[in-house]
Design a protein around this ligand. Structure first.
Ligand SMILES: *[C@@H]1O[C@H](CO)[C@@H](O)[C@H](O)[C@H]1NC(C)=O
Ligand SMILES: *[C@@H]1O[C@H](CO)[C@@H](O)[C@H](O)[C@H]1NC(C)=O
Ligand SMILES: *[C@@H]1O[C@H](CO)[C@@H](O)[C@H](O)[C@H]1NC(C)=O
Ligand SMILES: *[C@@H]1O[C@H](CO)[C@@H](O)[C@H](O)[C@H]1NC(C)=O
Ligand SMILES: *[C@@H]1O[C@H](CO)[C@@H](O)[C@H](O)[C@H]1NC(C)=O
Ligand SMILES: *[C@@H]1O[C@H](CO)[C@@H](O)[C@H](O)[C@H]1NC(C)=O
Length: 304
């Protein structure tokens, strides 16, 4: 089970996500707050940063200790010691965290009014090292539910889509291709496919669509272990920065292209991570090891 880039849970980042941001198109999560009065539906696509239980029990680490240890105090399929991004955004929207697609037939039907979570940990926009539904297939599931009238046009008018792309595509590319030369072309094709996915979600009727920026890959514990967790590996952070610049442009392009009132947003996850990590540096500029290790545990990054 691929867990390279699956660290998540933002309890310690939460207040950072509340910081305002001045870049057009990028939003801090608090900007979603108060838009809705508890009637919104949240549809979630992506990976372990947002999966709340779709990944299958055999094989997925998310069903094993110590995941879930602080919330809800047992493993329930989240790749985190506690809540994941989906749960926080649901709170901001004043709704319950939407049901994982896998449980849709077994939950009280009233739960479906909060939307649905189609995300699977380890997956990407393209196929990755895990054999689980990629984002295209996740959107297929959503489309099928709409065709089955599980959600009406009116339901979709008051919905938000949360799209997480936390980097499993890069892991897959780097493991299989090992080519830094081809990386820029890969980023371009990845962002292009993300853009097509956002457009498709829009064409299905969702009116507010938020996609996550990529966190600093070089700071993930599996990477920063190379510096004994004292520094992030900067060349890998450049991958994130390039990705984010291009993604922001794609989001802005969609905003210009689609003028029916649909709102496209990029959530500033990178800024949130960097602020949190910089708070852990002492005056020498190095990340204080013990604190960082602690923070990793809090952040569900148990591999550090
Ligand atoms: C909640 O807000 C939405 C969007 O502003 C509005 O259409 C709807 O009528 C409101 N519902 C209630 C119960 O206030
Ligand atoms: C489903 O949930 C609703 C609202 O919470 C509740 O009134 C109802 O009894 C539940 N139905 C079942 C079958 O549990
Ligand atoms: C997603 O997965 C399906 C099934 O494996 C595959 O046919 C499709 O090409 C994949 N989509 C992308 C964008 O890679
Ligand atoms: C990965 O490498 C193979 C073989 O060199 C190449 O055909 C393929 O296009 C590369 N994939 C990407 C995404 O660049
Ligand atoms: C955005 O649109 C501009 C102008 O059409 C184009 O040159 C650029 O490649 C687009 N960028 C992305 C990431 O879609
Ligand atoms: C700063 O952090 C580094 C890395 O953990 C540590 O080696 C160093 O002693 C710390 N310096 C101070 C003054 O705390």
């Amino acid at each position: 089970m691929e867990k390279k880039l699956q660290a998540s849970s933002l309890s310690f980042l939460l207040f950072l996500l509340l910081l305002p941001t001045t870049f057009t198109g990028i939003v801090a999560i608090n900007e979603l707050y108060g838009i809705y009065n508890g009637t919104a539906k949240l549809f979630v696509f992506g990976d372990s940063y947002v999966d709340t239980g779709n990944s299958p029990k055999p094989g997925a680490g998310s069903w094993k200790q110590p995941y879930g240890s602080t919330f809800p105090q047992k493993p329930v399929g989240r790749f985190s010691n506690g809540r994941v991004l989906t749960d926080y955004i649901s709170m901001f929207l004043r709704i319950r965290s939407p049901t994982p697609f896998k449980w849709r037939r077994y939950v009280n039907k009233t739960r479906l009014r909060y939307g649905m979570n189609f995300a699977y940990g380890g997956t990407g926009v393209f196929n990755t090292l895990v054999n689980l539904p990629n984002m295209t297939t996740q959107i297929d599931f959503f489309q099928k539910l709409i065709q089955e009238n599980a959600y009406t046009k009116q339901d979709l008018d008051s919905s938000i889509a949360l799209v997480s792309v936390a980097g499993n595509d890069y892991t897959n590319f780097l493991v299989k291709n090992r080519s830094l030369e081809k990386l820029p072309a890969f980023t371009a094709s990845l962002v292009n496919q993300i853009s097509l996915n956002l457009k498709r979600i829009q064409s299905l009727g969702v009116k507010k669509i938020a996609v996550t920026g990529l966190e600093p890959l070089g700071c993930l514990p599996q990477i920063s272990v190379a510096s004994a967790y004292q520094n992030c590996i900067e060349p890998l952070n450049l991958i994130s920065n390039t990705h984010n610049q291009m993604l922001l442009q794609a989001v802005q392009n969609l905003t210009h292209e689609i003028s029916d009132g649909t709102v496209f947003m990029m959530l500033d996850l990178n800024g949130a991570f960097m602020t949190a990590i910089n708070n852990l540096r002492n005056h020498t500029g190095r990340i204080q090891h013990l604190k960082f290790a602690f923070c990793c545990v809090r952040a569900g990054m148990y591999l550090c």
